[in-house]
Design a protein around this ligand. Structure first.
Ligand code: ADP
Ligand code: MG
Length: 250
């Protein structure tokens, strides 16, 4: 579903991602762990074209994410058509939810399907209500985000991501901004999605999720994937650096 070859990203000449190679199969759940500043968010943002890589290749479901390099060695941007294709294929869930504050829960969910996918409004509303039911938020469909708890906002954000019927969902520390007692309500939904076969890439500090739900775990440090494997391989035989990282977050 996602194929990354030789991905590099630098900001003003400082490398943030170096020679990242990664393949993610359809239906796979991959957790990405690693210290702050390692480049985890930048990796997700490159997949979704929120950042343009400095070099390298990314394909999503066989479609190249960017054009080839131009004469100056820079990657040129996609056509608008390809950007929309990508944005409907790859949904993202952010640490800070990023719901539109001036729209109700329901409006937040139908916005993408109606404006980007051109789905008739009534059909979008009917689908949104099914998704809200799934995340336990149907009763709040007319509320504004400010009137919801963080856990409720994140559940709405997940419903919004699903409303685009994406091929992949990227989660960037989806529970890190939540009060501890609200973390489980978001994780439960993510577990359900994983069981339903959704392809998911999850940057997380929730080691129980990484260990029990993911098929594969990547440890990223200084912009490189320094260790990867099944949860069993990663947590039972963690190397010295990863061991000290794991201690640091407990
Ligand atoms: P992580 O998500 O693992 O904490 P990030 O991908 O957010 O790490 O950041 C990796 C590095 O890239 C950090 O040093 C950060 O300061 C830098 N960085 C991220 N985004 C930008 C940007 N837009 N401009 C300049 N530097 C950035
Ligand atoms: Mg980050």
């Amino acid at each position: 579903m996602i194929r990354i070859r030789g991905l590099n990203k630098a900001f003003k000449g400082s490398p943030v991602l170096s020679d990242v190679h990664l393949d993610i199969r359809e239906g796979e759940v991959v957790s990405i762990i690693g210290p702050s500043g390692a480049g985890k968010s930048t990796l997700l943002r490159c997949i979704n074209l929120l950042e343009v890589p400095t070099s390298g290749e990314i394909t999503v479901d066989g479609q190249p994410v960017q054009y080839k390099t131009n004469a100056k060695g820079k990657l040129s941007l996609l056509s608008q058509f390809k950007v929309s294709w990508l944005r409907t294929s790859v949904s993202m869930v952010f640490q800070q939810f990023h719901l539109w504050p001036n729209k109700t829960v329901l409006q937040n969910i139908i916005e993408g399907p109606v404006l980007v996918k051109k789905i008739p409004r009534e059909e979008a509303v009917a689908k949104a209500e099914i998704l809200l039911e799934k995340v336990g938020m149907l009763g709040k469909k007319l509320e504004y985000p400010a009137n919801l708890s963080g856990g409720q906002q994140q559940r709405v954000a997940i419903a919004r991501a699903l409303a685009m019927e994406p091929k992949v969902i990227l989660f960037d520390e989806p529970t890190s901004a939540l009060d501890p007692e609200l973390v489980h309500e978001v994780l439960e939904i993510m577990v359900k999605l994983a069981q339903e076969g959704m392809t998911m890439v999850v940057v997380t500090h929730e080691m129980n999720f990484a260990r029990n739900v993911s098929d594969r775990v990547l440890f990223i440090e200084n912009g490189r994937i320094v260790k990867e494997g099944t949860p069993h391989e990663m947590f039972n035989h963690s190397n010295a650096r990863m061991g000290s990282f794991l201690k640091s977050i407990h």
